[in-house]
Design a protein around this ligand. Sequence first.
Ligand code: FAD
Length: 551
Amino acid sequence: MAERYQVVIVGGGPVGVALGVELGMRGVSCAVVERFPEPQRIPKGQNLTARTLEHFYFWGIVDELRAARVMPNNYPIAGVTAYKHLMNDYWYLPPGRETVRSFYYEQNDRLPQYCTEAVLRRKMATLPSVTGLFGWNVESVEQDEDGVRVEIVETSGERDGYAWGGFAAEQDEPFSTGGERRTLEADYVVGCDGARSLVRETAGIASSGEDFDQKMLLAVFRSRELHEAFERFPEVTTYRALDPALQGYWMFFGRVDVGEGWFFHAPVPNDATPDNYDYQALLNRAAGFEFRAEFDHVGFWDLRVTVADAYRSGRLFIAGDSAHSHPPYGGFGLNNGLEDIANLGWKLAAALQGWGGESLLDSYGEERRAVFWETGQDFIAAGIRSDREFLERHSPEHDRAEFEEAWERMGRGTRVGTYEPNYEGSPVVWGPPGGVCSAHGSHTFTARAGHHVPPGVLSTGRGVHEEFGEWFTLLAFDAPEEAVAAFESAARELNVPLKVVRDTLEESRAAYESRLILVRPDQYAAWCGDALPSGVGAAALFARAVGRAEP
Ligand SMILES: Cc1cc2nc3c(=O)[nH]c(=O)nc-3n(C[C@H](O)[C@H](O)[C@H](O)COP(=O)(O)OP(=O)(O)OC[C@H]3O[C@@H](n4cnc5c(N)ncnc54)[C@H](O)[C@@H]3O)c2cc1C
């Protein structure tokens, strides 16, 4: 007898479990199937953006997440870049994500990925509609008009604490099957099954992008000596060396704690193995001196920047690393994966509750894929190329004065402010004419359709985001009552849950420059204006926002 769920999530890494939380909180019945009982003990996605912390706020676990951090409270999440190695006199400390902090409801944070996963798993366990199947491997996924069938088999064997199974990893982690078998049925399946996604393969979705044909080393180690040597810098968490011989690929140390825990990644020859390659020598080269390290893990991965050609095929969706594969440069992986599921979760729930249309489900890929394509190309791959060009063009040996000027300029630059994913061109957003979905944007407190709604304070003193409803919210600042009533009646007609938050322009401290803002459940604005646009009723506005035919 098959067990029936509304959604089966394949893969219980951070993105799969977070989707379980998102759907479970929306009352959707789902199963999360993960082949390993425990998360990997590799720190990986540590650098969590302010936007990611907002998701944890809405999941009700932001305090738990902050309590799980390993670094001391308020330890600066910033990074030093040095020329050639980290004992060099040429180094800079560029402005980081703190420059956009005020545009989000939460502050960014940093903790090992397995700590984040533990917080998510604990939350998921409290949600009655979610079943966690840890220690089960998905063997096949088959869809037809009526639903999806998922065959799973129990696995055995403990995970090697530090085994490497991350994106584009060279080998999959070993596990054995042969236990009990079960069949699950669902309306939808979401593949959160990482870079070697079975769901993506089953759906016949290809990926495109750039293979840099470069093998990378990842080491997790402990060294107090390194910690002491880096006391030459202000307190920071990451240390990057740009060596001209490495063509723009980084040698990168990241703190796991303050004292002795580190991870390191850097390019290595394509035939390197843990047995034939002197990785301690590579660490010494990056640090700029010889030091002792005790290794917990050494692994390899291939540097690629690829994005799936579609995020949906019928009843199958993909999210997280199964949809995009890239190096950890810039910390885009986990943050983007969690934004994927914040975007997809409410849309799946809306479709299952009957008020979300097919084009709402399609809009998930239209919004998120476009953002990641540009993230991969314009922020990650272009960053490698621009570092490469810089190192080819400027050198202290060739022209010291010119190098110093260029190095100083580079240290001042930050692209953090221009990374502002938005869905202006989405089919479910009333964006500007000619708008496109893009990773490029700007930060402002003005509300804009297709953009994240920035913070504001209501006349009660409460943050606007604290008043957001679970589903759609209409923010109404001295708005015409007929317009508000029209939205309420359209919501009733379409069966869309809507919360109206009223305030006065004079007393509130929100700088949205719009009297009416229709906010989606993922805190993006579907529409904003001072009054209903002429010739367009609230019913039409709302219908588009939920992917239904406009009356
Ligand atoms: C060194 C390093 C540093 C990084 N730093 C950052 C950072 O600072 N910020 C950031 O945002 N990201 C960072 N990342 C990226 C981040 O770790 C990944 O983006 C993140 O792990 C993706 O999560 P996921 O759940 O999509 O995939 P995964 O973590 O790969 O999880 C997929 C899960 O699916 C399971 N699975 C696969 N197939 C099946 C199957 N058939 N049946 C059952 N289970 C299956 C796997 O066992 C796995 O647990 C970093 C990565 C590395 C390696």
